[in-house]
Design a binder for this molecule. Sequence first.
Ligand code: CP
Length: 331
Amino acid sequence: MTVNPADDLIQTRASRDLSFLDLVSIDQVTDKDFSLIMDVARAFRRHGTYKFDFNKGLSLMNAFFESSTRTMASFDLCAKQLSMDTSNLSSSSSSTTKGESYLDTALTLDSYNLKIITVRTREAGVPEFLARHVNAGIISAGDGWHEHPTQGLLDALTMLDHFKSTTLEGRTVTIVGDILHSRVFGSLVRLLKKLKATVRVAAPETLLPVGVENFGLTVYHDADAAITGADVVYALRVQEERGAAGFIPTLREYSKMYGISKRRLDLAKPDAILMHPGPVRRDIDVHSALVAVDERSHILQQVENGAAVRKALLWLMTSRLNGKKKEIVRK
Ligand code: CP
């Protein structure tokens, strides 16, 4: 019997709804939301690039005030695979370069009756602020050093599928690199704690936020010790555009102390996986030979799972927004 992809999705969803109308932090994602997003993402992934008509007649705007490859491309492709109309606004082409505020830009975009606006900014808190003022559902595509919730969700999907489990209880996740400037860390650590993982971080003191241990994790300065016996080795990029290079003596020394080499990855458990949110800086964050070829590397699976998770969110959030009007403040 052939499965109708739309029926499969509807059955997987089983009349469940998300609890939120905007997504700006992992803290908003309840356990029920999380299992719904994971189930629907897996169903979309099974159907590849099949074009559904679930969101026909609805529009999405990617408002990216900072560069992106993965997040912007996947939101655009996923929206199109749900039959949405899409438009991409970048910082260089937006009127913010002429002095228009984020609020006025967002209000202008909202006048086009968009259903979803994805927002990426250098500053923390902008997506949350805009969510209070526009009718469209806001999805944070990463804000400053704060959070990148869809990245956290795709990372969780990648880990859970590898371990064939619904939690990460008994698993150790070691996050190595520029924790201080990382919004990926901000969302990932919140989800890892929800999923009951043991979390270790390894970084020079200068690339750790004050009070990071309050997340309930163990801080290491010795990357070898942090990686030994880990189930997941998650490398983060040194964010030179945020001035991170000024926090370390040289990139060469950083790579020697914290870069993921084959020798270092071999210290993890035999079935451990290597992850990185991208963009990877080859031979600084991760040795070139490990990025795309080593079977432990799940970096490209993360990208594939990003499409599945974002498609799930676009379908689930637009359904919720169709059924409930947002309460907004106009000023
Ligand atoms: N991981 C991530 O957010 O990548 P982009 O900056 O390419 O979107």
